[in-house]
Design a protein around this ligand. Structure first.
Ligand code: AMP
Ligand code: MG
Length: 627
């Protein structure tokens, strides 16, 4: 870190001048002094009459003062031509120029008009000197510094600049940041995915983060893991930018070439390769001539951590902004979090409103996950000297992104497309919800620990044959959700399944060595169903235990497995065959004592909404009998 800061100047780029209309979002490169007085003249602050204050002394309803009107009307933009002499007044509009002789304005409401050969007003209130007068320069005086350098230009600053007549503004030049992604497996969003291919998400995230932090992203696209291609792409990026950010290819594996190229693109070359951070160890920091180069790890979460740690401060410094815009909040960790000694570990966390204050829920999706970053409200560090953080300890969570705030409702448990719909309806009613998929049992445990408002679950009690209710503990209540048809999924046309029953097909396959299944994770409601089908057997594929219906369907659709258990909605989405097993109950557990809290109450009420019911029916779910 120190080596990086020393070798790469973290200072604002030189200024440039832009038209006022383009200054929004830019950073002022210099102090701005007003070239004029604002307002430029003494002006009336109300509609009324410009007067000499001594003429109004002692005026009252009972004893009004008569002032003869001067024969001009001072509308806005009219230069006065007549003095206000003793005993006279001049009609003036709000914003009109105060005429010579006048030192106060009286409101039209405090006067009676007297028509006649010599029009006049009868004034029933006195006006002290300066009454309803805005003096020249009262807002901004000529020469006064009205904005400081390094200020981010927002609508407010634009207003000030416009009021002093400045049509051009000196701003810090925006750093041009070349963004490249490397990897033979990557394809750009918008193009079809081939087998084994992956959409380039890092490129898009990095480009957007560059813009969010005051830079201009120069998209360099996807470069294959080919030494010559990468070297050429890097050379042209270096020539056209202030900073180059590359992702992928930092591990020293066979196909990974970027670190090799960096050592010959220009002095001093690689400054740091590998840092004591987790995730993000394979980060590579270099400088080729004057241009810094950062190679982020390919895994999206690692890429974003290292980007935030090492690149955001640099981009912001080049753009003339303060190092970070994020703030931090304290939150309690509900569960012990183990960590590796000797490496600072960064953990993405979602913030939730717990029973007594904010709770930080670590998003344990692994460094390959894109969503760990986008669902997180922030992150916290576990110091290298600590082997973990105990349950109940407080951590300081640095917020990422603007205005990230905890949702009104936190829903943890098993995923369902129907719940996604419900959350959409809820948003339409102004209630924000965040969902976290950890399986039915995980959701219930999270509810018991007070980390969430609702546990979404489908757990069958084998003894009673009843779903969910037998698992509730004291203080918890169950809101009935909907029913989902579970069954065995297979590729259509597979003769081992077509026309069979679920139980029959599976028991037939248990003897078939060539057949491969896909299981579910422990704690999933579906796992219990799989186990009852298997009846103690452990066929090939048993240890492949993904965490969602979709992963099961994908494994079968892509031929990595021949069968698994999933809900019908998902089977249909993947074009799979389906043999029904049972209708499971997908319900929501919550804390009885919190049922009247507005967000939870809105959720419970929404369950009975016919529009939601129709939506669920469209997905193939049957709404359970309302209580
Ligand atoms: P690498 O650092 O190139 O070894 O990549 C590590 C992992 O991150 C691999 O699974 C890559 O497929 C994945 N990955 C690399 N670059 C990207 C990217 N731009 N977008 C999404 N995933 C990526
Ligand atoms: Mg790669």
């Amino acid at each position: 870190m120190a080596r990086w800061r020393e070798a790469v100047p973290h200072a604002a780029l030189p200024p440039e001048t832009v038209p006022l209309a383009e200054a929004l979002g830019r950073v002022l490169a210099a102090d701005i002094a007003s070239p004029i007085d604002v307002p430029p003249f003494d002006r009336a602050l109300v509609d009324g009459f410009a007067v000499r204050s001594p003429d109004t002394e002692g005026a009252s309803e009972a004893d009004p003062r008569r002032l003869v009107l001067n024969r001009e009307i001072l509308a806005c933009g009219v230069a006065p031509s007549l003095d206000v002499r003793p005993g006279t007044a001049t009609p003036i509009a709000t914003g009109g120029v105060l005429p010579r002789g006048a030192d106060a304005v009286v409101m039209v409401e405090a006067t009676e008009f007297e028509d006649g050969p010599e029009p006049a007003i009868a004034l029933s209130q006195p006006a002290g000197p300066g009454r309803f007068v805005g003096y020249a320069g009262a807002d901004m005086a000529r020469g006064e510094t009205v904005l400081r350098r390094s200020t981010l230009v927002t609508a407010r600053e634009i207003g000030i600049l416009a009021a002093c007549g400045l049509a051009e503004v000196p701003v810090v030049r925006r750093p041009r940041v070349a963004v490249l992604s490397t990897g033979d497996e990557l394809v750009a969003p918008g193009t079809p995915l081939g087998p084994g291919r992956l959409y380039d998400s890092n490129g898009a995230i990095v480009a957007a983060s560059v813009a969010e932090n005051g830079g201009v992203a120069v998209p360099g696209g996807i470069v294959p893991d080919d030494e010559a291609a990468l070297e050429a792409a890097l050379a042209s990026a270096l020539a056209a930018s202030d900073l180059v950010v590359l992702s992928g290819g930092t591990s020293k594996g066979a196909g990974d070439v970027s670190h090799r190229i960096l050592s010959r693109l220009g002095e001093p070359g690689i400054l740091v390769h590998g840092v004591a951070l987790k995730p993000g160890k394979p980060l590579c920091l270099a400088r080729a001539g004057d241009v810094p180069v950062v190679v982020l790890p390919g895994f999206p979460t690692s890429a974003m951590f290292t980007f935030h740690e090492f690149v955001v401060p640099l981009i912001r410094a080049l753009a003339g902004l303060s190092p970070r815009e994020e703030e931090s909040v304290e939150a309690r960790l509900p569960q012990r979090l183990p960590s590796e000694l000797g490496r600072t570990e960064y953990v993405m966390a979602a913030l939730a409103r717990g029973i007594d204050g904010l709770v930080a829920l670590p998003l344990a999706k692994g460094s390959g996950a894109v969503t760990a970053f986008s669902q997180a409200d922030g992150f916290f560090a576990v110091p290298a000297t600590q082997g973990g953080i105990e349950a109940g300890e407080t951590v300081r969570v640095s917020r990422i992104g603007r205005a990230a705030r905890p949702p009104d409702l936190m829903i943890v448990g098993s995923h369902c497309l129907g719940l996604d719909r419900l959350v959409g309806h809820l948003a339409g009613r102004g209630v924000s919800a965040r969902t976290l998929w950890v399986g039915s049992a995980g959701g219930l445990a999270s509810l018991r620990r007070g980390e969430c408002d609702l546990a979404a679950m489908h757990l069958l009690d084998p003894e009673t044959g009843i779903y969910n209710a037998p698992y509730l503990t004291a203080g918890l209540a169950l809101a009935p959700g909907w029913r989902r048809l579970q069954g065995v999924v297979f590729r259509p046309g597979d003769p081992r399944f077509e026309g069979a029953s679920a139980e029959g097909a599976v028991s037939g396959l248990l003897a078939d060595d060539a057949a491969v299944m896909v299981n579910r994770n422990t704690g999933a409601g579906t796992r219990a169903l799989v186990e009852s089908l298997l009846n103690g057997a452990r066929p090939a594929g048993y240890w492949n235990q993904p965490r969602s219906h979709n992963a099961v369907a994908a494994a079968v659709a892509q031929g990595r497995a021949d069968w698994g258990v999933a809900i019908r909605t998902v089977a249909e989405a993947y074009g799979l065959g389906f043999l029904p097993l049972t209708e499971e109950h997908y319900d929501f557990a919550y804390r009885e004592s919190r049922r009247d809290e507005p967000a939870l109450a809105a959720y419970l009420a929404l369950l009975d909404d016919p529009a939601l019911g129709a939506d669920l029916a469209g997905l193939g779910f049957t709404r359970a009998g309302a209580k």
